[in-house]
Ligand binder design. Structure first.
Ligand SMILES: [Zn+2]
Length: 322
């Protein structure tokens, strides 16, 4: 679980969960109870993935500079297997400078739990254990992970191997609270997780399901073929998500517009409102009560540091109903 107090979950979450569940009875209510909701005291929970150039703790200066109330960061270099050691002093400084409660890390791009190469698989397991350990020590809520690519072995072999790998990772970190959020993929190459069903299957196969959830990336979801541009299309997509994964298992959103069209299976992020998704999709998502209290983060290109994030965050906030 992310660092939420049970009280925060109850006070922030109960009303919406009941609303969702009301039509179909009590069992639906418990299913609809969000697992990852933050209370309103943490702000509007809209933010961005930010640079840590100059040290992990400097991320909070950037968070204030762009006015982000939730953030993501790389806890180590995302293109290397081994990162610089994270010392207790680094963690203490991070905690001291911390101004934002919802903090997420993004795992290295090298990790592929579905790989058919035994050496890469071994390295991927070790690297993911390290990512979770860093996140735990930094007090992050979750590590976002791309589920992986099956490299020709087939989707169901990939799904199986990802679930078994997560079991192995969890077993080696029995006391950790931090969770893994499997990110929706755009469907490029042999990537696993481009449909809500695939993500649901992985979660269902994991032994300790409380340690996994989903990160919903608007660009990836759109590129993989889910339309979000009208209220009917958006509603259909969320219904499919709920049926396959459960909306309660969504722990984070990546809000990116898409350079490429619906179903292109190409992952190219664009500034909010400048891409093929358009503003309406973001307006629908930001005002969806089912996702109230779930952090929503930009991963849009930064032409000029701060300027691009500020503009995109302003655009998102302008879409929030008053
Ligand atoms: Zn993303």
């Amino acid at each position: 679980m992310p660092p939420l107090s049970p009280g925060a979950i109850k006070s922030g979450g109960m009303a919406a969960a009941l609303q969702i569940g009301m039509t179909s009875g009590m069992q639906r209510v418990s299913q609809a109870m969000p697992r990852f909701r933050y209370s309103a005291k943490h702000g509007d929970l809209i933010g961005a993935h930010l640079s840590t150039k100059g040290g992990l703790h400097t991320v909070f200066e950037r968070a204030s500079a762009v006015n982000a109330s939730a953030i993501a960061l790389f806890a180590k270099n995302s293109n290397q297997w081994k990162g610089k050691e994270l010392t207790d002093d680094d963690c203490a400084l991070f905690a001291k400078m911390r101004t934002v409660r919802p903090v997420f890390t993004h795992a290295s791009y090298l990790i592929n739990l579905a790989t058919t190469n035994p050496e890469f698989h071994r390295k991927s397991i070790a690297a993911m254990i390290d990512e979770l350990d860093r996140a735990e020590r930094l007090g992050a809520a979750a590590v976002v992970l791309h589920p992986g690519a099956h490299m020709g072995a087939g989707v169901s072999a990939g799904i199986d191997q990802i679930a078994r790998s997560l079991d192995q990772i969890h077993a080696s970190l029995p006391d950790h609270r931090v969770v893994t959020l499997l990110e929706t993929s755009a469907g490029q190459g042999s990537c696993v997780g481009c449909s809500f069903e695939e993500l649901g299957q992985i979660i269902n196969l994991v032994d300790e399901r409380r340690r996994v959830g989903v990160c919903f990336d608007t660009c990836h979801v759109f590129a993989s073929g889910y339309d979000l541009r009208s209220s009917d299309a958006y509603e259909r997509a969320v219904e499919q998500l709920d049926a396959a994964v459960g909306v309660r298992n969504v722990g984070l959103f990546h809000l990116n517009d898409s350079k490429k069209p619906l179903g292109s299976r190409v992952d190219r992020h664009e500034h909010i409102g400048d891409g093929q998704l358009g503003l309406e999709a973001f307006r629908l998502l930001l005002n969806d009560q089912r996702f109230r209290g779930i952090p929503k983060l930009l991963e849009t290109p930064k032409k000029i540091e701060h300027e691009s994030d500020r503009r995109n965050l302003r655009t998102l906030r302008s879409l929030l109903a008053a």
